[in-house]
Ligand binder design. Structure first.
Ligand code: FES
Length: 123
């Protein structure tokens, strides 16, 4: 099936998440949860001259939420904060490449929601 390769990538990010951890004295910090399941994510961001130089995340969640926040942190590094603030759910859907039900979309966008609350961007 065509989605297999993407599902494998999701599983890889879940098993070996990128940018997991925290940052001392972050410039931006956000924490949020998915009220449906109680899973939660914290995001720490370093910004220099308007550019995101480092991003870490911590917390717990399902494979989709953890994989998508792992991919999101990769995407955010090196981005201008002003551009990162505009990222929306479509960006997450493109990164994951799999069909998402409304419930799974909430899982997939949990990290983005936390980042956007921290950065003052879109939710
Ligand atoms: Fe909790 Fe997906 S089941 S974030």
């Amino acid at each position: 099936m065509a989605y297999d390769i993407y599902q494998e990538e999701i599983l890889e990010h879940y098993k070996k998440p990128h940018n997991k951890g925290s940052i001392d004295h972050p410039d931006l910090f956000g924490h949020g949860n998915n009220p449906v399941c109680g899973d939660d994510i914290s995001i720490y961001v370093k910004v220099e001259d308007g550019v995101i130089t480092d991003v870490r995340f911590d917390g717990r969640g399902c494979a989709i939420s953890q994989a998508s926040v792992s991919m999101l942190t990769d995407r955010l590094k090196g981005m201008r904060l002003s551009e990162a603030r505009k990222l929306d759910a479509d960006e997450i859907k493109e990164m994951l490449h799999i069909p998402l039900s409304a419930v799974r979309l909430k899982c997939a966008t949990l990290g983005l929601k936390v980042f956007q609350e921290a950065s003052g961007g879109l939710s």
